[in-house]
Design a protein around this ligand. Sequence first.
Ligand code: DAH
Length: 342
Amino acid sequence: MSVDQRIEQLRSTLSLEVGRLTSYDDVEALRVRFLGKKGLLAELMVFLKESGPEQRPLMGEKINSFKQEVTGHLDRLSSSWKAKERSSLLEKEAVDPTLPGRQSYLGRAHPIQSMLQTVLDILISMGFSIQLGPDVDTDYYNFEGLNFSPDHPARDMQDTFYLNQGFLLRTHTSNTQVHVLKSHAPPVRVVAPGRCFRNEDISSRSHVFFHQVEGFYVDHKVSFADLLGTMDYFLKRLLGSETKTRFRPSYFPFVEPGLEVDVMCRACHEKGCRLCKQTGWLEILGAGMIHPSVLLAAKIDPEAYTGYAWGLGIERLTLLEHGIPDIRMLTENDLRFLSQFP
Ligand code: DAH
């Protein structure tokens, strides 16, 4: 076969292949097949090697000009495929400003968070400011600084999750009292919301973690009447003035005197139901006058200053507000349940 015939063959192979191109990448593959080091055009060099010296210059010229022809052809193809692919990409990504917007689904606050926010809004409007305490704390802040004697039953392993190296998960938000009183000189008027943890059996009424809002006020001449007045005003704003509340004497190591506040069970209107253990009342907070030992431990002079404190459970209030029969529903993340709360 002469070089001319071979070139003619290659020319028709090329035009056949060009008809089959579907992308820029195909063009580049074709370039390698024809112009690559071991490509079809490189093979034409065999003709040069085998020819005599008089034919060689002419043959070289033929091969070269064919090479230029192929290169030019493939260059044009590759730039036109590149342009084609770019414009189809633009088309795909084009924005149609006349389309209606997609609907976006708004999340909603968990009922616990809504209740927490309601409580905090009222307390902030009453002049309290928010301070956060740590969930992981030491025995000192959770117990000792709050006047728990070393053998107090609340320190029992059954109630407290102990961690390594002397740490524990706080069992109440009262730990924040110790942190704040140690680091701030009175007057202080603080609310401390947060999670608490107790190693208890999970049931319809109690869980191993829950939320509390701690509040405390320390200043000259803060009285028990201030505590009662503050609780009364706060609960009326929170629950409405028609909801009955009752104050009972109670004991907590870090207050003296101590009390608990019950609210009338809204689920049964005092008739007695599962939620209120058939009593018609639900305990929602503990409170009292801060014990002098707690003030002393924080280096505050109990002769010069007095204070009150309370701790409010958020889960109970939420169950009460919505008539939810089981505390476990709040942590199951069942959207059928959660989506009922606007
Ligand atoms: N820390 C108590 C608890 O978790 C609640 C409490 C009671 C907080 C009386 C107080 C208080 O600040 O004065 O059961």
